[in-house]
Write a protein of this length. Structure first.
Length: 142
């Protein structure tokens, strides 16, 4: 199986939070994992937010972020899917950032895997509903 993982999944590889165990098992499951380059910036932003909130030490955020280069994904070029992402964002009334992952999934014949239930629920009743899976639902299908 082939997945495009978003930052909500990738952060769980770096910081212990709900469903981190499922995200980490995904890495060893033998599935083909992909992500747009955008994910590195979104992971950095998530770590910055956690450091500002005192959830992780400020110095630790940079150390943790160094692991982004070792993430078990095949990186996709954002510039190849950004036009499709904008079209999806306009059609779905969702942020372009989220739609970059969906556009990459469509481009490579993958399913988008996310921990963002709101985004997945927003797509559920659309033609893209079968192109997205929550991490919790993935855990239930194993």
């Amino acid at each position: 199986m082939r997945f495009v993982v978003d930052a909500s999944v990738a952060v769980k590889w770096l910081v212990v939070e709900e469903d981190s165990d499922v995200a980490r098992q995904l890495v060893t499951s033998g599935v083909d994992l992909h992500a747009p380059r955008l994910m590195a910036s979104e992971v950095a932003n998530a770590l910055w937010r956690r450091a500002r909130a005192g959830e992780i030490e400020r110095r630790a955020a940079g150390v943790i972020l160094a692991n982004v280069l070792d993430m078990p994904v095949r990186w996709g070029a954002d510039e190849i899917v950004v036009a499709d992402a904008v079209r999806l964002a306009l059609a779905l009334d969702r942020p372009v950032y989220d739609c970059v992952y969906l556009a990459l999934a469509h481009r490579i014949g993958a399913v988008m895997l996310t921990a963002d239930r709101r985004f997945a629920n927003a797509l559920a009743s659309t033609e893209h509903g079968e192109s997205i899976l929550t991490l919790a639902d993935y855990a239930g299908t194993r």
